[in-house]
Design a protein around this ligand. Structure first.
Ligand code: PEP
Length: 252
């Protein structure tokens, strides 16, 4: 998995038992066909973790969560789901610090650090999401902002680090950075991870933000882009399949 391209879907707050079943069934063939080259995963709402795990039995689609509690223990935290519970139902990973969590739930570095630590203790792979807003990009602060978001990695003793670079202004908007901007940020993120975590760390840096069937191949061919985190286009079997297939194709 550390050599493959990663294609991860983020279903956000979408789906139902019936529609999930249909979607996962339709992904069985393309995911299996791509499995030598592409590591495929979807982050589902927590209530569907168990049923989704059942539905992918027998084919290599990894099921994970979109978030985890900042609390690592059990007890009086109504509505929360801790990392041990995610591990208990077989979640393979959790997204941490998605921009929607940062925006609507005021998740800051202190909260995100505890989430990362709880994931690692529970053997759940955390995917740290980072990215700048449009105002930050327009004032040339993107590296400072993303550098600050990555800084919490220095507090961990992680041997494997997965980061999703998702410019906030590209999420769900249809706007994407140029391939040059993507290359520059991914190279920067690689450099930061190596200096924060040491040269032996295993790294995957995914791009996220309006990836679709038309732009996937070009984005996936950018240096230091190890895969994609896909929101809207992961909700339809046809579009998610086309993106998985783009990840199989030789670099442009
Ligand atoms: C996301 O929210 O992680 C995302 C990448 O969304 P979209 O692909 O819809 O822009």
């Amino acid at each position: 998995m550390w050599q493959q391209k990663w294609i991860m879907g983020n279903w956000k707050m979408n789906g139902s038992l019936a529609s999930n079943q249909q979607l996962l069934l339709a992904l069985q063939k393309p995911v299996s066909a791509a499995s030598a080259q592409v590591y495929c995963a979807v982050a589902v709402p927590d209530v569907y973790l168990t049923s989704a795990k059942e539905q992918v039995r027998g084919f290599p689609l990894v099921i994970g969560a979109q978030d985890v509690s900042r609390f690592g223990d059990f007890g009086a935290y109504t509505g929360e789901i801790n990392a041990q519970m995610l591990a208990d139902v077989g979640a393979g990973f959790a997204l941490i610090g998605h921009s929607e969590r940062r925006q609507y739930f005021q998740e800051d570095n202190a909260i995100l650090l505890s989430k990362l630590q709880h994931c690692l203790s529970a053997h759940i792979l955390p995917i740290l999401c980072v990215g700048e807003t449009l105002a930050q990009r327009e004032s040339a602060q993107e590296k400072a902002v993303v550098g600050d978001q990555l800084a919490i990695l220095a507090e961990l003793s992680a041997t494997e680090v997965v980061v999703a670079y998702e410019p906030v202004w590209a999420i769900g908007t249809g706007k994407i950075p140029t391939t040059r901007q993507i290359a520059e940020m991914h190279q920067f993120i690689y450099h930061q991870i190596l200096s924060l975590c040491g040269k032996d760390v295993k790294i995957r840096v995914l791009y996220g933000g309006s990836v679709n069937t038309k732009n996937a191949a070009e984005i996936l061919a950018v240096p230091h882009v190890d895969g994609a985190l896909v929101g809207g286009a992961s909700l339809q079997a046809d579009s998610f399949t086309a993106i998985i297939q783009a990840a199989c194709a030789p670099a442009l």
